[in-house]
Design a binder for this molecule. Sequence first.
Ligand SMILES: [Zn+2]
Length: 317
Amino acid sequence: MRIETLDKPAADAEEGELQLPVDFTMRLDGFEERSVTQRLLYTFRQVDGEVGLVNDRNAQRDLRTGWLPDPRDVGDVVVRESGSILAFFDEETAPYADAVMKDLRASRETVLAAVPNWSGQLVAYDISDFAGLEKRTPMQVWETGGVAYPVFVRPGSDEVAAVRFIVNPDVVHNSLNREFLLPHELTHVALGSRDDASPRWLSEGAAEYVSRTQYSVEEQRRMAGFAADYLGITDPVPVNGTDFYANPNVSYETASIACTYLAVTRGEQTLWDLMDAFTTAGRGLSAAQVDAIVQREIGLDTATLARDAVAWAAAAG
Ligand SMILES: [Zn+2]
């Protein structure tokens, strides 16, 4: 941890207060490799002849600078750790901590087995205040099981220091999907920035694929066939960008079937190689450019890949 005060006092302090901008640098030793610097605003006030620190941050300033504080920066948390897993709960979610930690450990094993070169270190939140989740999900909170999000090395930087994740306690504590939800989010954590340039169907489909690797290949194929049938996916269209969230159930399942098909029929490495090809090509590709890369890497265009995948799933015994 490092605290560094900057020399200029802030302009919007109230009468009798002193505000000091502070660069606060901290690394979660044992759970993350890199440190994160936050820009805080310390407010000091003189009371009965004593000068005391009355606030260590300023919400208006965070809003102005676009800095989204981590949930533990703005509320009381209950900390649990297990090996290289650090998790934060609160008073309301703490009763579920044992069960969630157990699931996190199992999910970590699933993801370690599937995603190459992951350290296995992770930082997770399971808290009842939805504000942090709401600001980070592209979907409605009720349909969000969890969200993995990048933490940047300092405000204004696009260099990622770590990927953390927040689970939606309503979903994780109650849903039948919890066994898939945690490894799905952990896959995003494990991939870090590796899938940043990938089309949405590839990053989400790969995460969904990994979450099902706790089942046998035959079962994964049957699950894909069942889901395609249940959702009526007969003419699949893999979706990229924010359109992905217009019809999330169909988008996630189409993506999952395509990625499961690739991983099962050609080996898991195909997914990571495809992601790396997108990283090399860079972000902001047009649909035609995305298609050209898929064609070059796997010998099929995106639409054919999705159709073949759904046919493969439907033919499961
Ligand atoms: Zn996801």
